[in-house]
Ligand binder design. Sequence first.
Ligand code: UDP
Length: 352
Amino acid sequence: MKVLILGVNGFIGSHLSERILREKDWDVYGLDIGFDKLGTVIKNPRFHFVEGDITINREWIEYNIKKCDVVLPLVAIATPATYVKNPLRVFELDFEANLAVIKSAVKYNTRVVFPSTSEVYGMCTDEVFDEDKSNFILGPTSKQRWIYSCCKQLLDRVLWAYGFERNFHFSIFRPYNWVGPRLDSIAASKEGSSRVVTQFIGNILRDEPIKLVNGGHQKRCFLYIDDGIDCLIRIIENKNDACNKQIINIGNPKNNITIKELAVRIKKIFEKHPLVKSKRLARKVRIEDVSQDQFYGEGYQDVTFRVPSIKKAKALLGWAPRYDVDTALTRTIDHYVKEYLENSKRCGKELR
Ligand code: UDP
């Protein structure tokens, strides 16, 4: 199988490529603006990489869509702070650029495996979110936070319509707060610019207070990246066409904790970490409350809880997540501490 991954150097793209090349005999064709997360993958003879931009390298993309069996358009901005600060960038990249990719895939009849998002459910009040039954509840237009949700929702619907009217083959997956190594760049994780787990890890490493938006009472289900990739590979494989025209949640309903609890657990893992020489580092980090307006600005609205139904992933793919929250966090923290220490050594700094 020939798999085309646009945004191959991202969090999902880099882990997916690594696993495909290790476990399958498939070829990966990848495009990205960078390659810093790809490690040794880049040297694999079954990995064909081009440095480029999905809004510019259109001919390369079209040629490879025609050649490949499946395309995963993974390029997107997926950080809430950017939805609020630069909603147009989110629209142009997440919606416009990806619509062009989908249209090209339809033209050449190349299957699309599309990353939707748990954000599409918005402030849905269902206890667990069901792919085929739950309603989407978004806030008013003046709350820019929902532009990402809305962009993804419309692309989901466009794919659905191509499937309905033209029998186009697609599968949609919805990640729920996946965490793991390479999630965001700690160096770039200025306030609000990365997802919550990397934000808190960065806060501790930089000796800044951890900030709990609205007291951190909101809950999220965290899924370890290896579990997510395990499910995604089964979707790409698509045995017996099981995932054709299906929407599949990928999350871990058992790892459902408040953001406050997340902060406490991350702090505890740091305190016990063998590479963090002085335990003072984590202990002296303060945890403070902050209002959502102060942290994100007026265009933000939060999601209080978000629990996936994973019945469908189990039924169609025989998949279930394996990693609990503490394992997921420990492995993620391990990666960032090691990376931080290597960078600090290069700059002649020590971790206090
Ligand atoms: N959050 C927080 N402090 C931070 C960053 C995020 O309390 O430094 C909260 C945020 O308001 C949200 C949750 O953590 O309720 C998860 O945020 P994330 O950016 O990971 O994305 P989301 O799950 O909202 O898509």
